[in-house]
Design a protein around this ligand. Sequence first.
Ligand code: GLP
Length: 245
Amino acid sequence: MRIIEAANYKEMSVKAAQLVIEKVRSSDCMTLGLATGGTPKGLYEELILDHRMNGTSYQCVTTFNLDEYIGLSKDDPNSYYQYMYTNFFSHIDIPLKNTHIPSGQAVDVQAECKRYDSQVKDSGGIDLQILGIGENGHIGFNEPGTSFSSGTHLVELTSSTREANARYFSSFDEVPRQAITMGISGIMKSKEILLLVSGVSKQDAMKKLFEGQVTEKFPASILNEHGNVTVIADTDALKLVKPSR
Ligand code: GLP
């Protein structure tokens, strides 16, 4: 894993944007894997700014998001569909038909999971996957204990994840209990991965990622076995990691 240290959240976002922009500009067409949460918001802001100032085009970019809450409609302000539309898609020139997010309202969730994996495969796979990380090491919504061989699947969210995400909802009880997430094996099939990490709340997770074992108890640890991962983390997130990194 390559580790790039950024002084703060802004610098992390700018460095991540440079990497994504270079990739988008140097490919005729490409497939981006996208994440939600607080961490990548700054990246999306930088990409929007660059699109406006320098005209980087997303006409030939296809996107696949990692996850979606079960039970929320596309119109729900807390759905990841709305997050992506509001924070990114509506500000760039990507055709909405090129954007993919698992449906949180599928009647047959198993079929939806299969359909999503096939869609990713049919698109030729993900060229660059953006990831954030949960305090407990989850990536996408792959909670501790998820099999490393998992494809897209239904998950029961842990209460720590629901608590961490409760800040976006009016109460803890409103946070959905289930989600659909791309699986660990799907994430690992991406040709390149960019993990963004910011803030003191991720210090323990960074220590485990760089100094711990590869174990299903800490899902992000599998990234140590991928050949092309860049971690851009800010100084706060890296405080407990030994300087020898
Ligand atoms: C959420 C998302 C993840 C995200 C993580 C961290 O639950 N499903 O994709 O990486 O939690 O979120 P944040 O960036 O807000 O800390």
